[in-house]
Design a protein around this ligand. Structure first.
Ligand code: HEC
Length: 148
């Protein structure tokens, strides 16, 4: 019973805050004295706006079938030890995020010496969003030793 009260009160505070924001944006400054009909927009956008690149690298994305990079690639920062693909601590010094993003979405464009084509999944361009590819590329660039 007590906890229920707390929840109700929290909600009301949220609604009032949202109304204040809505009024501010609308800028119509009416002498509002407790309007309650303003629909409260879902504030659930932060989760999808921020990409957790390490999580993607280690776990992949089950909802679209994107296979975890760490299954095949070692990267110390991610704690992965996969060996089917090259060790990503040892990418070329000049492999920056832009180059890496292309390697992720079009792996066969250039095959790393000693490896075969068609082993790395070819579908990351569709199983990951552009933001996710970019976040992974930046994550690898920033965490790799670039120790080729
Ligand atoms: C099924 C195994 C497999 C998975 C899963 C995989 N890769 Fe690969 N990857 C490879 C292989 C094999 C190569 C080398 C052949 C080539 O160049 O395509 C490679 C090459 C690369 C390269 C080039 C490395 C270099 O030394 O230049 C990068 C970068 C890369 N992968 C990133 C990723 C990322 C990021 C993911 C996850 C989104 C991923 N890979 C998932 C197998 C895999």
């Amino acid at each position: 019973m007590h906890s229920r009260e707390v929840i109700v009160r929290t909600r009301i505070v949220g609604i009032v805050a949202a109304s204040v924001v809505a009024l501010g944006v609308a800028g119509c400054g009416s002498d509002d004295s407790g309007s309650t009909s303003t629909p409260v927009p879902s504030s659930d956008t932060t989760a999808s706006a921020t990409v957790d690149a390490k999580d993607l690298f280690v776990n992949g994305k089950a909802s679209t079938g994107a296979v975890a990079c760490g299954n095949c690639h070692a990267l110390k920062a991610a704690g992965t030890t996969g060996t089917a693909g090259p060790n990503l601590d040892e990418i070329a010094p000049d492999d920056d995020a832009a180059v890496l993003a292309e390697m992720i979405t079009d792996p066969n464009a250039e095959i790393v010496a000693g490896y075969q084509k068609d082993i790395m999944p070819q579908d990351y361009g569709t199983s990951l969003t552009a933001d996710e590819v970019q976040a992974l590329a930046t994550y690898i660039d920033e965490n790799s030793d670039h120790a080729e």
